[in-house]
Every structure is written in structure tokens, then in C-alpha cells.
Design a protein around this ligand. Structure first.
Ligand code: LER
Ligand code: MN
Length: 270
């Protein structure tokens, strides 16, 4: 399977084993580890040295699997379901900029994870309506630019909406089933929220547009209790052809992740 790992390029992230200022070294590590692509973590594309990044990717002959956009929720309080119209508008605008960046980088998918907002400011149904409205606008723009969005179910301890995989499917239906919106299946979240990981993958089937790999404790695969052999078999059964992308915490250390990431990923997915 095509393998990728997360590298942050703007601000430090617990999901990148390299600090933001060492993004070039991070991408070189991905290349030398034999992975196929980098998942880029960013907050504000307007502040990025885009041509520098493009040149470096070209120099390394490295693809981009996905743009991870959730950092802007944590650092800038952006949210697609905010009670504030101004915040929602700025969030939609930001995601349009992310989509434009995707076009410049060869159309990697753009993830809608925590940038949807944590929820809890308005009655649940009202927030969900706002989320669907904002998401439909972003999806429409992405469709015009031929970019795929990954809608990511995220566990209940991080946000209140779209925790289970089935909720993401329902949300995609509620915005009219746009062809360019898929589900980001994150093994860490699914292990917490879904009734059964294997039947969930079967249920999601060709709606899966991206996969995040982390074990039950958000460490490297094989360091917790998820059965990744069975998981890989199930991804093969549904003919999943996208990336499996490492998104683990730097536990016990970033050095540990740098040393073992590719080996652990390849044990299960190559
Ligand atoms: C992002 O992909 C994710 O999985 C979230 O849990 C980030 O906190
Ligand atoms: Mn994830």
C-alpha cells in the first residue's frame, strides 16, 4: 500500500517527529525511509514559503498525500460550526485557500478534521446544521477545483460532532452526497468510537478517501492492541487504493518514531 507520514511545516505539532523549522529534514527522512508521500500539517497557507516547499518536494521526488488543516482550529479558533458568522466565514475562506494550495501541490486531498470545530456552544442540532451548511460550501468549491475532501470522524474526547464513522457518512448524505467528499478512516478514533473496526471498514467501503494509522494508544502500529494484519486484509478486501498515513504521537520520543516508523508501517502494510 502507498505509505505516508505527517510532517508539520509551519508550527510545531505533536504529530510530527520534526519541529516545523526542520520540515526539510522531515521530508528528507520520509524519502530516505522509503515512504511514498508526506502528509503536510499546516495552519495558514498564506504564510507558507510555497515555492520553497514545491522545489523541495521536486528535489526529493516526493508526493503529498494530504493537507492536514486542523492546526488552524487549535491555534486560530477556526470552526465551521461556530455561532459567529464571522468565524464560520473565515474558516470557509481558509479551507478554500487550503484547496487552492492543494491544486498548486498536485491535488493532494484536503482534510476536514478538527477544523469543523469542537462544538458545545449551541444546541447540538443547530450546530450540526451550521456545520452542514459550511461544509457544503467548501465541498462545492473543492469540486470546482477537482480536489477531494477527507471528512474525519474524531473521538468524543476531542469534539462533539461526527465521532462515529457512520455519523460522517450521514453528514456526507446530508450535504447531498458530493462525489468529492470521502471519509478519513483514523484507526485511533475508530478503535474508540466504532462498534467494530473491521465491519466499519466494510460499511465505509469506497467512501474511504484516506487512512490515518496509529495504534490504540496513538503510538506506532504494533505498540498498542489494534490488529493491523486483519485491518490491512480488510482494506485490501474493499480494494482501498489510497494512502495509509502515519499519525502518531512522539511517544516515547520523537527519536523513537524517526527510528521505527517505516519499519513498523511496512511490517503491516507492505
Ligand atoms: C487529526 O487527524 C486527528 O486525528 C485529531 O485527533 C487531531 O487531534
Ligand atoms: Mn487523524
Amino acid at each position: 500500500m502507498k505509505c505516508s507520514a505527517s510532517i508539520t511545516v509551519q508550527y510545531d505539532s505533536g504529530f510530527s517527529p520534526f519541529p516545523a523549522k526542520y520540515w526539510k529534514e522531515g521530508m528528507a527522512w520520509i524519502k530516505s525511509s522509503g515512504l511514498d508521500a508526506v502528509e503536510i500539517i499546516l495552519s495558514d497557507p498564506k504564510l507558507l514559503p510555497i515555492s520553497d516547499i514545491q522545489n523541495h518536494l521536486l528535489h526529493l521526488d516526493l508526493a503529498v498525500s494530504t493537507l492536514s488543516t486542523g492546526q488552524a482550529a487549535g491555534l486560530e479558533d477556526l470552526s465551521l460550526m461556530s455561532p459567529s458568522r464571522d468565524v464560520r466565514t473565515r474558516t470557509v475562506e481558509r479551507l478554500k485557500e487550503d484547496i487552492d494550495l492543494s491544486v498548486e501541490l498536485g491535488r493532494p486531498h484536503v482534510t476536514i478534521g478538527l477544523i469543523r470545530g469542537k462544538g458545545g456552544c449551541l444546541p447540538f442540532d443547530d450546530e450540526y446544521t451550521l456545520l452542514c451548511r459550511s461544509l457544503a460550501e467548501v465541498a462545492n468549491y473543492a469540486s470546482k477545483r477537482s480536489v477531494v475532501l477527507n471528512l474525519e470522524p474524531i473521538n468524543r474526547y476531542e469534539c462533539l460532532h461526527l465521532n462515529e464513522s457512520s455519523a460522517a457518512i450521514r453528514c456526507i448524505e446530508d450535504i447531498g452526497n458530493p462525489e468529492n467528499v470521502g471519509v478519513l478512516y483514523d484507526t485511533f478514533h475508530s478503535n474508540i468510537e466504532d462498534p467494530d473496526m473491521i465491519s466499519t471498514i466494510a460499511m465505509l467501503s469506497d467512501k474511504i478517501s484516506h487512512v490515518h494509522i496509529a495504534d490504540s494508544n496513538r503510538r506506532l502500529p504494533g505498540e498498542g492492541h489494534i490488529d493491523f494484519h486483519v485491518l490491512k486484509e480488510q482494506l485490501e478486501k474493499i480494494d482501498y487504493a489510497g494512502y495509509v498515513s502515519l499519525e502518531v504521537l512522539n511517544v516515547p520520543s520523537a527519536d523513537h518514531v524517526v527510528e521505527h516508523a517505516a519499519g513498523k508501517l511496512f511490517t503491516f502494510f507492505r
